[in-house]
Design a protein around this ligand. Structure first.
Ligand code: SF4
Length: 346
């Protein structure tokens, strides 16, 4: 049975008008800017995106400009934001909108969702914020706030469809974009995962979890199994005369697809023996350990041993990158961290 409580969203909007976070993507409701910020914010935090969004906009101020960029340029600007398939889809979406839709984004949730890289959340967020469609997008913040407002104790992920339906009941037809952003701000600043600041919350009057004293326990979750660990070895092959290092491009499909990487072993469930790892080393000498990195991906944790040595020639598919050019290249965070062992400025 669905809960019947109602909530005074006007109180939330009044709070939002006074306390909203000043974010660069809130300056204009242009669909391109809203879409760009929403794609960047998927699986990434606001502080991280703040380091990327203005740079992107400055370089590509509209969808046509982004569509004309090369994929490598887009990936290089995206490096560090993670989930690189998003960058490729972002570019594909820009090309489609620019070249096949005369630069205009569609205005309905259904049509937006047909574009590359736009899932149900992004479609609703763009529709609500840029086109004032009366819909409530569901991100982690809104999911948590909704679960608490209605005191839903069914664990996630089973509770998702119900929470989506309940969130839609919170809609305010006149200000759908503001409502979505107000809920996000409330979730990130007040209705936080641990220790929510209920006494300061504009919705406390009608909040069922607050009344029952169970806010901090919600949303309930089914316990996840620990992430598996994988092991790899990466080689920093340095050219003596100018300090250039060997890089190569990863295959287009799969994890970190199309990005650059240090040459190295595949990633496997067992640690590598010396002999097995060195079979993947570029032609070079003096391989010694520089450090061990731990990097968490969505589905596994990688333990990457980094070795350095010197090399004089490239191996197949690899190229030399000079230290001064490293920061311009599409290098994922993992390999930037690895290069820091060599005190290289990436
Ligand atoms: Fe969240 Fe507490 Fe506000 Fe309820 S009263 S919405 S639990 S901060």
């Amino acid at each position: 049975m669905r809960p019947r409580h109602t909530h005074d969203m006007q109180a939330l909007l009044i709070w939002y008008d006074a306390h909203q976070r000043r974010l660069p993507w809130r300056v204009s409701l242009d669909a391109y800017r809203v879409w760009l910020s929403e794609v960047m914010l998927q699986q990434t935090t606001v502080p991280t995106v703040l380091g990327y969004y203005p740079r992107f906009l400055e370089r590509w101020p509209n969808v046509e400009a982004l569509a004309r960029a090369s994929q490598d340029e887009v990936l290089a600007q995206w490096a560090g934001l993670g989930y690189y398939s998003r960058a490729r889809k972002l570019h594909a979406c820009a090309k489609l909108v620019a070249f096949e839709r005369q630069g205009r984004f569609p205005e309905t949730v259904e049509a937006l969702q047909k574009l590359p890289g736009i899932g149900p959340y992004t479609a609703k967020a763009v529709a609500a914020i840029a086109f004032k469609v009366n819909t409530v997008p569901m991100d982690g913040n809104i999911e948590r706030v909704t679960a608490r407002l209605f005191a839903i104790t069914t664990p996630l992920p089973a509770a998702k469809p119900m929470l989506q339906e309940l969130a839609q009941r919170l809609a305010v037809p006149k200000r759908p974009g503001d409502l979505a952003q107000a809920l996000m701000d409330l979730g990130s600043g007040i209705c936080t995962p641990t220790k929510p600041a209920c006494p300061a919350c504009p919705l406390k009057k009608d909040c069922q979890a607050f009344k029952k004293g169970i806010a901090e326990n919600l949303p309930a979750r089914v316990k996840r199994a620990a992430k598996p660990v994988r092991h790899g070895v990466a080689f920093i092959a340095e050219r003596k005369k100018d300090g250039a290092v060997l890089l190569r491009k990863r295959p287009e499909a799969g994890l970190l697809g199309g990005m650059l990487e240090l040459p190295g072993t595949p990633w496997q469930s067992e640690p590598w023996t010396d002999e097995a790892a060195l079979a993947f080393a570029p032609s070079g000498t003096g391989w010694r350990q520089a450090g061990l990195l731990r990097h968490v991906f969505t589905h596994f944790t990688l333990m990457l041993e980094v070795r350095t040595g010197s090399a004089t020639r490239t191996s197949q598919g690899a190229f030399w990158a000079k230290p001064e050019n490293l920061s311009q290249l599409a290098l994922p965070t993992l390999f930037k961290k690895a290069l820091k062992f060599m005190a290289l400025d990436v």
